[in-house]
Write a protein that binds this ligand. Structure first.
Ligand code: ATP
Length: 377
């Protein structure tokens, strides 16, 4: 192989049908298959207990793989020692040695590997400078803030120049402001170093902003692997649709009906939404008499049918709460079809306990099979 291709091949991480069983027949992770490209930033998301950390720990070698294959580069690594895998892990609790200085913490992995002292000094200093922690090198971890500790932990990981970084909720112990700041720094760092990164979080903003591709998991199974934009625009099922986006997508159950030359969606409570020609083509008559679900994102609702030439569906409800965020407001409404949320501009004039009418831009409506819960449009 030419040099460039060898490098590409070397840093790929491939999981094939990886399973993890902790107790008899209890699958924590089932048939996990994924090819992580060299330099890619992959984020695992999903609710608590869905198997994100277990998958990461299997890649790191901290947890045995029950069945399936883990390839790092051209090597089958199911049974490789964690140290041999050449991966750096960054944990939520930083994992620093309390009795050592920041310098020694950062230098530790290199000293163990007998890297010459002069080179260690140079690498620690360069990395400390990049992370803005040069002035902290002589301190003990106990004299650092949470954000500083996290930078030291990241610095130690970077210094080793591993094939990949594995990060398990690295920012979750930081306060909201610092968390946002470190998130931006991590993105910049990845841009600069280009090291393959596998990152576990349950924070969807982190997932959406950091990931090249997101892996959404539920109960040990991968639900969808896609870029943030694809996940948002084309969620494969109701679970992913409800998980990505904040406030979450609302779902209205109903059926499709003929309406004039086209078709319409009729909710259980009798609200009618006209379908675009493209939607009608997919749903009518194929879904006649079948349970359907209309998915509505809060940002696709408007206080007025603003743009001409667009098809709008009208929704009515009682406002139960109104959260003003300054640049926008989030209305929570109750209808006979259930609750839904709408993102509107400030100065909308809506008030709690008042009725409101909102308009859904039908071109942005999502439709799901009411039984299989799969996306159909
Ligand atoms: P969280 O977001 O809460 O960290 P997670 O998605 O990372 O959750 P895992 O920690 O991977 O989830 O756990 C997946 C499943 O495996 C859970 O049902 C959990 O209870 C189970 N599990 C994890 N570790 C063990 C263990 N050592 N022994 C038995 N079961 C375990």
């Amino acid at each position: 192989l030419p040099e460039g291709e060898t490098k590409f091949f070397m840093a790929e991480i491939v999981l094939k049908d990886v399973c993890k069983v902790f107790e008899k027949d209890q699958y924590a992770v089932s048939n996990f298959s994924l090819r992580i490209r060299d330099g890619e930033f992959i984020v695992f998301v999903g609710p608590s207990g869905c198997g994100k950390s277990t998958t990461l720990r299997m890649i790191a070698g901290l947890e045995d793989i029950t069945s399936g294959e883990l390839w790092i580069g051209d090597r089958l690594c199911n049974y490789a020692d964690p140290g041999e895998r050449d991966l750096s892990m960054v944990f939520q609790n930083y994992a620093l040695y309390p009795q050592m200085s920041v310098y020694d913490n950062m230098a530790f992995a290199l000293s163990v590997r007998k890297v010459p002292k002069k080179e260690i000094r140079q690498r620690v200093e360069t990395t400390a400078e990049m992370l803005g922690i040069s002035h902290l090198l002589s301190r003990r971890p106990s004299a650092l803030s949470g954000g500083q500790k996290q930078r030291v932990a990241i610095g130690s990981a970077i210094l080793r120049k591993p094939k990949a970084f594995l990060m398990d909720e690295p920012l979750s112990n930081l306060d909201a402001k610092l968390r946002t700041h470190m998130r931006v720094e991590l993105a910049a760092l990845h841009h600069k170093l280009g090291t393959t990164t596998i990152y576990v979080t349950h924070d969807q903003t982190e997932a959406m902003t950091l990931a090249d591709r997101i892996v959404v998991m539920k109960a040990g199974y991968i639900q969808q692997v896609a870029t943030p934009v694809e996940l948002y625009n084309r969620p494969t099922n109701m679970f992913v649709a409800g998980f990505i986006g904040s406030p979450a997508m609302s779902f209205l159950r109903g059926k499709v009906r003929r309406a004039g030359d086209g078709a319409a969606f009729l909710t259980e409570a009798g609200q009618v939404f006209p379908l675009t020609a493209a939607q009608a083509k997919v749903l009518w008559p194929q879904y006649d008499n079948r349970a359907l679900v209309l998915g509505i994102r809060p940002e696709d609702l408007y206080a007025a049918p603003a743009r001409t030439g667009r098809l709008y569906g009208k929704m009515q409800g009682m406002i139960t709460a109104c959260e003003s965020l300054g640049h926008e407001a989030i209305l929570h409404l109750e209808t006979e079809d259930g609750e839904f949320a709408a993102r509107v501009e400030p100065g909308h004039g809506a008030a709690v306990d008042q009725p409101a009418t909102l308009y859904l831009d039908m071109a942005n409506a999502h439709f799901f099979d009411g039984e299989a819960e799969q996306n159909i449009f």
